[in-house]
Ligand binder design. Structure first.
Ligand SMILES: Cc1cc2nc3c(=O)[nH]c(=O)nc-3n(C[C@H](O)[C@H](O)[C@H](O)COP(=O)(O)OP(=O)(O)OC[C@H]3O[C@@H](n4cnc5c(N)ncnc54)[C@H](O)[C@@H]3O)c2cc1C
Length: 401
């Protein structure tokens, strides 16, 4: 079956769903093609920290009711080292900005509901998805859905299909440059039925390695600690996980996470990755399909949102009056923010983790880094403005909001 749309979107993660809604608000047709089921997409436990700008964007798009109602607004965070927690007042240092803890699965659920209300197509469980014809005026997404083969002809394709998707690998070799850094550790993360014992995130640097206390709701704690990169989750019993969490996180004043039943656990590798340019002909990459950050700076989902804001502006200008200036500028405009987020995520990761090849000099330098960070208003301001999110590269108004 042959169909036609203005923008074919591959992937119904945050990038694809946000883009689809931004286009809808500008009266631009799109079809979203997703290879997993609706339940799988919603149930995936991933990011949870939304920058101020991401919350503002969702609100401006009319999909912010859930995050406004159930999101946990945090005006500060803690950096903990040598057994002591130090609070960084994000709101005071940034003129009132904050982060909001709201699970990625909630974001995705809200966006899927909003898409359903628009009546525009969102196809789950598409099989054999492939893309091509980027250099022609009508690139195509081919897939099988409901037992029928489909060819979707588009003016543009948005590759929003994450790191393991098919869009980036469909670009001819030699047209993309990959910049990558692997880290010699991974994160063991758990979701536990336990009321958070802190209202704000606690980033811990400990002799045994990094640990992070966070939460998903008033009754659900999300915790992580650094493990070797090839660690198997099977080697960690729940008791062993809690013992390691408490060993790293308990502070001298007796603060510690509340222990509860672990309902989900996994090991996530850490990687920095950027593929440039984020465009090939009429294919535009957005979100994790083009770049990955280690989760320490909580930037992945937020970068996906800022990419598609720029892409929406570019597509709006093209479909309104045929101008291609912003389509042409898309890779360069996105790259500026992507690289700043890469730098911040690398810096947070390098400052807070223990490296296998480090020596006593490195240990004392890291402690000095943290001592400086938590004692200098200038250093805290630098962290705060990046953590709550640097300003968007384009205004909401320019993207039709
Ligand atoms: C385990 C894990 C933990 C994370 N934790 C954090 C965190 O704590 N903080 C943070 O900021 N970020 C975190 N991230 C990163 C964050 O989740 C991502 O940056 C974010 O999901 C990016 O959104 P996206 O829409 O670009 O990609 P994705 O969310 O990956 O969405 C891509 C979509 O495309 C679909 N797809 C893939 N291939 C195809 C295909 N061939 N055809 C059709 N559809 C396809 C996928 O099923 C998926 O629904 C984490 C990521 C992972 C994997």
């Amino acid at each position: 079956m042959i169909h036609r749309t203005q923008v074919g979107i591959v992937g119904a993660g945050p990038a694809g769903l946000l883009l689809g809604h931004l286009l809808h608000l500008n009266g631009i047709d799109s079809v979203i093609v997703e290879d997993r089921s609706r339940e799988h997409v919603i149930d995936r436990v991933r990011a949870g920290v939304l920058e101020q700008g991401t919350v503002d964007l969702m609100t401006a798009m009319g999909v912010g009711r859930g995050v406004q109602h159930s999101g946990l607004r945090h005006e500060g965070l803690y950096i903990s080292f040598l057994g002591q927690r130090h609070r960084i007042n994000l709101a005071e240092l940034t003129g009132g900005k904050a982060i909001t803890v709201y699970g990625q699965n909630e974001v995705v659920r809200d966006l899927i509901e909003a898409r359903a209300e628009t009546g525009r197509p969102l196809l789950f469980e598409a099989e054999h998805v492939s893309v091509g014809g980027f250099d022609s005026s009508s690139p195509e997404i081919r897939f099988r859905h409901g037992g029928v083969d489909h060819a979707l002809q588009c003016d543009f394709i948005a590759g929003c299909d994450g790191f393991h998707g098919i869009c980036r690998p469909s670009i001819p070799s030699g047209s993309l440059t990959v910049h990558e850094r692997q880290y010699p550790f991974a994160w063991l993360g758990i979701l536990a039925e336990a009321a958070p014992s802190s209202d704000e995130l606690v980033y811990t640097y400990h002799e045994r390695g990094f640990a992070l206390f966070s939460m998903r709701s008033p009754s659900m704690t999300r915790l992580y600690f650094q493990v070797p990169p090839d660690e198997s989750i099977e080697t960690w019993s729940d008791d062993a996980i809690w013992s390691e969490m408490l060993e790293r996180m308990t502070t001298r004043d007796g603060w510690r996470p509340t222990v509860g039943r672990i309902i989900q656990k996994a090991v996530t590798p850490m990687r920095s990755f950027v593929a440039t340019p984020m465009r090939h002909g009429r294919l535009f990459l957005a979100g994790d399909s083009a770049h990955i950050v280690p989760p320490t700076g909580a930037k992945g989902l937020n970068l996906a949102a800022s990419d598609v804001l720029v892409l929406a502006r570019a597509l709006k200008e093209y479909f309104t009056d045929g101008r291609t200036e912003w389509l042409d500028r898309y890779p360069e405009v996105c790259a500026r923010r992507v690289w700043k987020a890469q730098r911040f995520s690398w810096w947070m990761t390098s400052t807070l983790h223990r490296f296998p090849d480090e020596n006593a000099f490195d240990y004392h330098r890291q402690i000095a880094d943290l001592d400086y960070l938590t004692g200098s208003r200038a250093a805290m301001t630098s962290l705060a403005e990046q953590y709550v999110g640097l300003p968007a590269e384009v205004s909401f108004e320019s993207a039709g909001l």
